[in-house]
Ligand binder design. Structure first.
Ligand code: ADP
Length: 446
């Protein structure tokens, strides 16, 4: 994986594969060859294979159905749905091809773990090919609400696809509740006493497993970073934001909240600088180009209005940075501004906590709509990202918080992320998956 990964799924899976071993399978765009299934990487502990996609498949399956239908739908943005003819067929066909290509790699004692919205139909395709192994699914995004699911043309597919799994892992209790509600109202489902939902004679088995980070390791990485001066002046108080440049992250809202803080703050306080690192993502999709333009415009407006000699309010960096450098930036920052409009989990919030000096930690400002809120709300300053006033007040509280209070808040957050780290996530998911699959196999053999 030569380059820096900037996406929660890839970062977490890299750690999982390093510790568990196995085969990591995905897809990639290839303009020259297609329908090839090749080993891309032989990493000792694990291998990676990829199904090569033709440009038209990549457009219709990846940019199209996955990222212009499912992603906006799962993030409550049905206004951005771009449903084009043929894309669902491409999505189904890529999953079918991947199942066929994968089939020959599967041995009897393998456990199969499928990740995210790009591959929801994969278990059902594998079952059609006779695969009886335990197959689990983890959705890294939020699960959609009933009203959003109604925007899907072929809703019934969701039931067929999800019921092929022995376990459907979701990030939060909020998502489990959303799934129960969708199954109940859209598919006429009923909860069984063991947690399964029975819908039209099929079972979906959801549970929440909040994804974690390699907390201890990330803490050590941050601790080992050299001070970042002279890049950041020693007295400069810093707010940090780190996000993919995705509309779900609410970056324009964040900048407007920061603008409100600049308007509201007492003139005697030295102002904070917002360092926003936003990695490029899905730049071929129109909605992403739109949010990038908007962000550049707001940055210009805020800096034009509030900059002074030696002070730039917003430093906006539109690229990925290496993880160890990122860890050092988190540690240097007085406050983290994590304000997605909706988010499955948000690992940046957890990385920020892990990177802090426990004796003099920074403050996490966290959106109520991030999945991470279920675990971190006790220690964080919670905000409504849609309300610039709420963001401004939180920045002011964080900037003036006593060291004693910061330590107390940080301690409770650290305990949470250290206990529920990425190894806990992998272990508990796989144990539950194997248990459920054993129950299915026993039931089928009666
Ligand atoms: P998502 O999976 O939606 O991108 P998360 O916050 O869960 O959101 O995960 C993002 C991951 O990508 C984190 O591990 C974060 O450190 C990393 N990341 C995000 N932006 C950058 C960036 N500009 N440079 C380096 N890493 C980044």
């Amino acid at each position: 994986m030569g380059q820096t990964a900037s996406g929660g799924l890839v970062v977490a899976l890299q750690k999982t594969m390093e510790s568990q071993g196995g085969v990591w399978i995905g897809t990639k765009l290839d303009e020259s060859i297609s329908d090839h299934f090749l080993k891309e990487y032989d990493g000792g502990k694990f291998d990676r294979h990829a199904l090569h996609l033709q440009p038209s498949e990549y457009n219709d399956y990846y940019l199209g159905y996955a990222n212009s239908v499912l992603w906006p739908l799962f993030h409550g943005r049905t206004d951005l749905l771009d449903v084009a003819h043929g894309q669902l067929a491409a999505y189904a066909s890529v999953n079918q091809k991947l199942a066929e290509a994968t089939r020959h790699l599967i041995t009897d004692d393998d456990t199969i773990w499928i990740h995210d919205y790009h591959f929801i139909p994969l278990a059902s395709e594998l079952r059609k090919l006779g695969v009886q192994n335990p197959i689990g699914f983890f959705l890294h995004t939020p699960f959609p609400t009933t009203s959003d699911v109604h925007a899907l043309t072929h809703k019934r597919n969701l039931l067929d696809w999800l019921s092929a799994y022995d376990l459907v892992g979701l990030q939060t209790q909020r998502d489990v509740s959303a799934m129960i509600e969708v199954c109940r109202t859209v598919f006429g489902g009923q909860m069984l006493s063991d947690g399964r939902i029975r819908c039209q004679g099929r079972d979906i088995w959801p549970a929440s497993f909040p994804i974690g980070i390699e907390a201890e390791n990330f803490r050590r990485t941050a601790e080992a970073q050299k001070p970042l001066a002279p890049q950041i002046a020693s007295g400069q108080r810093l707010l940090i934001g780190v996000d993919r440049l995705d509309y779900s992250k609410g970056l324009p809202h964040k900048f407007r909240g920061f603008q409100r803080y600049l308007e509201d703050r007492a003139s005697s306080d030295s102002p904070l600088t917002l360092l926003q690192i936003a990695s490029p993502t899905r730049e071929d999709v129109e909605a992403y180009q739109e949010v990038r333009r908007e962000l550049e415009q707001i940055t210009g407006q805020v800096n034009g209005r509030f900059a002074e000699l030696g002070y730039i309010p917003i430093q906006y960096i539109h690229r990925s940075v290496p993880r160890d450098y990122l860890a050092g930036l988190y540690r240097r920052a007085d406050i983290a501004l994590v304000t997605p409009l909706i988010d499955g989990m948000n690992l940046v919030a957890k990385e920020y906590i892990a990177a802090q000096d426990p004796a003099d930690p920074g403050v996490l400002i966290l959106s109520e709509a991030a999945g991470a809120a279920e675990q971190l709300k006790v220690g964080a300053l919670m905000v409504n990202p849609f309300d610039p006033g709420s963001v401004s007040e939180a920045i002011q509280s964080a900037a003036s918080m006593s060291r004693e209070e910061r330590i107390e808040r940080h301690q409770s957050q650290w305990n949470e992320i250290a206990r529920h780290d990425v190894h806990w996530w992998t272990g508990t998911f796989l144990n539950s998956l194997k248990r459920n699959a054993a129950q299915r196999i026993e039931h089928d053999s009666i």
